[in-house]
Design a protein around this ligand. Structure first.
Ligand code: SF4
Ligand code: SF4
Length: 430
């Protein structure tokens, strides 16, 4: 185990960002301890994880300095909460796109001073980070781009706008031709808004370059996910989830390069028969709502109960990288249409009907070599919760072991979840 891992502090930087420094100063030590316990205690980790450990060490310092440098050069720095917001157009303008979804319990109480308690913890956590001034990313972005995916989010944006300029894109809830047209118009408006901050009109070449960059990131993650499907798994589910989370705040070209280097290492591991756990280890696929940093709760429970997670069907998972954008367009208009086409393939449960997702979950189950599915739903997320009914039916029809769980970020239900997960693993073992 690495002993000198330490999440770094920079109170001067945090002061400059207008953070609550006194409160935040305890965070690096807490994260150091949690990360050491959850990640560095794992056996047989690939050496290539060192880069991602470094990203965590620099999460509140080094990466923030890099993003500030982009901002100070007049380029847009935009916070988002959904994989529907097209990051290619931010990258094309020379800017930075940062995922701001909240995955921590520590900011929930701040949010509950204003928001109702009985809404999704992801929305509360993110909102709490802003009003508590305890997230350097929230303090760095020029503005945030919300969307109209679910009710909790779209109504929260109206309140968030009081603390930071919050633009909202209308995401259609169906996928008919007229809905696709609406979405294309929204994408065009988004481009105009981003270009306005950058003070330029992004060119065909810049968009083509950004499509190539983000396609490269998604392709690297596809490659990594395909490799981890091997049995024995060459990388743990926890490490894979961490990389999928870092994808939302790292510089995309550098990130892709390190993911590809890790893939090279995993190919060698596979050739040498090296895994993170024996080939007989029960293999579980997780589906459902996204797990934003630092939500490692379910993966940690599963992997400390004697199983390995082999796939995340989630927006912090395959839903983010399963589709690429066609890169042979010849006009800006066509680029935006092709981009829209790719984004309309995202099978979020906010859509109706959303049967493509059921097909996708079964497909990923088969490709990953999993032996059972745990469907994870954040508390009060009605769309994923209800869609679990159809997923359960599809799994029953195919004889796929299936368990649905609903949870939040608090540690209160860990014991109960552990018991249920252990029983599910016993069921898989047969
Ligand atoms: S689950 Fe839906 S709303 Fe949430 S990030 Fe994914 S696409 Fe967006
Ligand atoms: S998990 Fe569900 S309720 Fe929470 S933000 Fe995403 S779609 Fe909305």
């Amino acid at each position: 185990m690495s002993t000198n891992f330490q999440v770094k502090s920079d109170p001067e930087l945090w002061e400059k960002l207008g953070m609550d420094v006194a409160r935040f100063s305890g965070m690096p030590a807490m994260l150091t301890q949690a990360y050491t316990n959850i990640f560095l205690s794992q056996k047989n980790r690939p050496a290539g994880m060192a880069y991602f450990d470094g990203m965590v060490e620099n999460i509140h310092t080094g990466r923030i300095h890099e993003i500030l440098a982009v901002k100070e050069s007049g380029k847009p720095v935009i916070g988002t909460f959904c994989v529907y917001v097209p990051e290619e157009l931010i990258v094309a303008a020379g800017g930075v796109c940062v995922g701001l979804c909240g995955g921590a319990q520590g900011s929930i109480a701040d949010a509950e001073k204003i928001l109702p308690r009985n809404i999704c913890p992801m929305v509360k956590s993110a909102f709490g980070f802003k009003i508590g001034k305890i997230c350097p990313y929230f303090q760095t972005v020029d503005l945030v781009y919300g969307e109209t995916t679910c009710d909790a989010k779209k109504k929260t944006w109206e309140l968030l706008d009081r603390y930071i300029p919050t633009h909202v894109m209308e995401i259609p809830q169906m996928k008919r031709e007229r809905d696709k047209k609406l979405w294309l118009d929204e994408v065009k408006d988004f481009k105009v808004a981003v270009d306005k901050i950058a003070g330029i009109e992004t060119s065909f070449e810049a968009i083509a370059g950004a499509i190539k960059t983000i396609n490269g990131k998604r392709a690297a993650l596809q490659r990594l996910n395909t490799l981890r499907h091997h049995n024995p798994s060459p990388i743990s589910g926890k490490d894979m989830l961490l990389i999928e989370q870092i994808a939302f705040y790292d510089e995309p070209v550098r990130f892709s390069q390190h993911v590809n280097e890790l893939c090279d290492e995993l190919e060698t591991r596979i050739a040498d028969g090296i895994g993170v756990a024996p080939a007989s280890t029960p293999r579980i696929m997780v589906s459902g709502t996204p797990m934003a940093l630092p939500n490692w709760k379910l993966h940690n429970i599963i992997e400390t109960s004697g199983a390995v997670v082999v796939n995340e069907e989630s927006c912090i998972g395959t839903r983010y990288y399963k589709d690429l954008i066609y890169d042979g367009s010849t006009t800006v208009e066509e680029q935006l249409e092709r981009l829209t086409e790719r984004y309309m393939k995202i099978d979020c449960s906010c859509f109706t009907p959303n049967d493509d997702r059921i097909v996708q979950v079964v497909k990923e189950y088969e490709e990953s070599g999993a032996q059972g599915i745990i469907d994870y739903c954040l508390q009060f997320c009605h769309t994923y919760n209800i869609e679990a009914v159809k997923l359960r039916e599809a799994c029953q029809q195919r004889g796929i072991p299936f368990m649905a769980i609903e949870s939040d970020y608090s540690p209160d239900d860990v014991g109960q979840l552990q018991t249920r997960v252990e029983a599910f693993i016993e069921q898989i073992k047969g």
